[in-house]
Design a protein around this ligand. Sequence first.
Ligand code: ADP
Ligand code: ZN
Length: 293
Amino acid sequence: MLGAIEAGGTKFVCSVGTEAGEMIERIQILTEFPEKTIPQVIDFFRKYQIDALGIGSFGPLDLNDQSDTYGYITSTPKPGWVNFPFIETMRKAVNVPIAFDTDVNAAVWGEFLFGAGKGLGSCLYMTVGTGIGAGAVVDGKVLHGLSHPEMGHILLRRHPQDEFEGICPYHLDCLEGLAAGPAIAKRWGKEGARLSESHPAWEMEAHYLAQALLQYVFILSPQKMIVGGGVMKQPHILPRIHREMERLSKGFLTLPPLENYVVPPGLGDDSGIVGALMLAKKLLVEKNVKNNM
Ligand code: ADP
Ligand code: ZN
């Protein structure tokens, strides 16, 4: 039995499931201060005897196992969670091996194994929600380097009609600062869900997301790009992104038909939690291989 946590800015999803990715139980807990949220998380896992735990968390995270703050959430704008020792806290509670990665790295792993990226060698998952982030699988492995990618904070060309200064606490007008859900709400004075389909917000949004996706193509050349998150619940946004990518790419690259290349998650809202479960499985498999060597 495996445990999984998808730690998001608004909610935590906790689940237990099998190595085949089948979920046995799952719950949702509101993301409040750690002192309030974490005890509920721990209570959930107390009911089960799990063999490993996979965590996909909002970040940035310290993933360097040589670092003193390994397994911490580091410089998040989320109040109360700066320098939260996630691995250490969970290890004290469950005492099993813990796989720890970003929410989008977990999601891309889930999509790669069971979703829209199934059968491919590479894919990318981007979320457009409270924040923007992306993770990639390259040659069958979740991409890491210095740490994890931060593809939501890239800098873009401004839409000519956009005077909004942006809301990223670090960069103001990076991709996340211009195009995440809260940026839409602040720029237009209304939540995205309440803006009509003909509102100019959507062409601007597509302009930014298309630029970002094109840059991901140029840099990583993934075989598929999967786009999820709350903002993508607008049914007309994905076709707008396809058109804008077409327009901006100027025929430079021969891309597959975009409706098959930039797609919604195959696992719906479950990419992250399924991926976190599968990160736990991967860790167990790696540990077994090591022990048998
Ligand atoms: P989180 O990023 O916290 O995991 P979501 O992916 O659900 O959560 O993203 C929440 C963001 O998505 C909010 O900013 C919200 O305004 C926006 N959002 C949710 N539903 C819609 C919708 N139907 N249309 C546009 N924006 C939406
Ligand atoms: Zn930023």
